[in-house]
Design a protein around this ligand. Structure first.
Ligand SMILES: C[S@@+](CC[C@H](N)C(=O)[O-])C[C@H]1O[C@@H](n2cnc3c(N)ncnc32)[C@H](O)[C@@H]1O
Length: 374
């Protein structure tokens, strides 16, 4: 049985679960970097956090935000999965913000769970420079194996001189007092994409933000045209699949969904830049996979599934995406999925839909179709 109770120096017996909640869960909702950071804060003395404006960035499932709920604390995440976990684990008391533009005023103490994506970390730090004063402290926490040189470089560039804690249970803290001035973030970036005349606007936390992914390119070449009234771009990233689908099916409504708020912001900007006259014919859903959506409402689903959520690798997200898609599809609807040959999405789709067939393949990727018959 996985441990769900975290004893912290600030709150005893925190009950923390991952999201989506799964009774057979084998992974804990916190790691020793969370514990090390909370221990460090407690060692500063009982009044060290009192009266301080605290900002938490990229908390995973709420270990930090739930423990520090009693203080003047704001928590920012780009992830719907993390935001839902924080809300559920705090019984609604923690309400994360999910846009860096919502940062306000000056923060005395910033606690960051190092993200896997160094560009996203850089974007967060650049935004922070406008919300720190001299005397503000930034403490980043991570498992040692996930600490990259780029994290130190970005901290030194945007915040100040870094020092580290001793490693404990394979976790470490990086301390940086604010010594720099305000700067603008280099994100979002404008990127040319193959045959698209209008450049794409890519936020920092996007999949393949600097260039077109080769799997995406292959699926782009194989977007169907037909009698599709509603098309879902599931796990949309910058929205390129939905945008291409709209080009091939000019009367269709496009639904973009992703668990990254930045992905949806990019998809929205990109759709509106590509089709300035048709902004109203798209919807944007910040959600986990496509859970709790209207059943029997979608004619075509396009999906290039992720194979990790932050540092957790696995096919659990693809499974949920396919089962959520199946519920949302109309009878007669089609799902078209791309994956590396070894991922075996054809077998998964066959288990869910009762059928699957290869629509196209190349030496690296396979595009698989399944239909909903009942
Ligand atoms: C491989 S990328 C594909 C992006 C884009 N469709 C493309 O082909 O370039 C997978 C996308 O799934 C999103 N994603 C990851 N976990 C998710 C989840 N639990 N629910 C919804 N979207 C998720 C990621 O944010 C990412 O944008």
């Amino acid at each position: 049985m996985v441990k769900i109770q975290l004893e912290t120096p600030f709150k005893a017996g925190l009950q923390l679960r991952r999201y989506p909640v799964n009774k057979n869960e084998t992974l804990q909702a916190w790691d020793s970097a969370d514990e090390l950071l909370l221990e460090h804060l407690a060692q500063q003395g009982p009044d060290a956090l009192k009266g301080k404006r605290i900002l938490i960035i990229n908390d995973q499932f709420g270990a930090l935000s739930c423990a520090l709920q009693g203080f003047e604390m704001t928590t920012y995440t780009d992830s719907y999965v993390a935001a839902r976990a924080m809300e559920l684990n705090s019984r609604g008391a923690v309400k994360p913000i999910h846009d860096l533009k919502e940062l306000s005023g000056k923060y005395d103490l910033v606690l960051i769970k190092l993200p896997k994506n160094a560009s996203f970390f850089e974007d967060c730090l650049a935004h922070l420079t406008k919300h720190l004063s001299s005397g503000s402290q930034v403490i980043s926490a991570s498992m040692v194996k996930h600490m990259a040189k780029a994290s130190f470089d970005h901290l030194q560039k945007y915040i100040g001189t870094t020092t580290t804690s001793l490693a404990e249970k394979k976790a470490r803290l990086i301390f940086a007092p604010f010594q720099k001035g305000p700067v603008d973030s280099p994100y979002p970036i404008h990127v040319e994409m193959d045959s698209f005349e209008v450049k794409f606007v890519n936020h920092s936390n996007l999949f393949s933000r600097e260039r077109l992914d080769i799997g995406t390119r292959f699926l782009l070449e194989n977007i169907p045209a037909g009698d599709f009234k509603t098309i879902l771009d599931l796990g949309c990233g910058n929205g390129i699949l939905g945008i291409q689908a709209r080009k091939r099916n000019p009367l269709a409504k496009i639904i973009f969904s992703d668990e990254s708020a930045m992905a949806l912001q990019s998809a929205k900007i990109n759709f509106e830049r590509q089709f300035p006259e048709s902004a109203a014919s798209a919807e944007y859903h910040w959600t986990n996979c496509f859970e709790d959506q209207t059943p029997d409402s979608v004619d075509l689903v396009l999906c290039n599934p992720p194979f990790h959520q932050q540092n957790t690798i696995g096919d659990f997200i693809a499974w949920q995406m396919f089962t959520d898609a199946q519920k949302a599809m109309k009878v007669g609807g089609l799902i078209r999925v791309i994956g590396n040959l070894h991922l075996g999405y054809d077998a998964k789709l066959k288990r869910i839909f009762g059928n699957s067939k290869v629509a196209a393949s190349n030496p690296k990727f396979m595009i698989i179709d399944s239909k909903k018959y009942k």
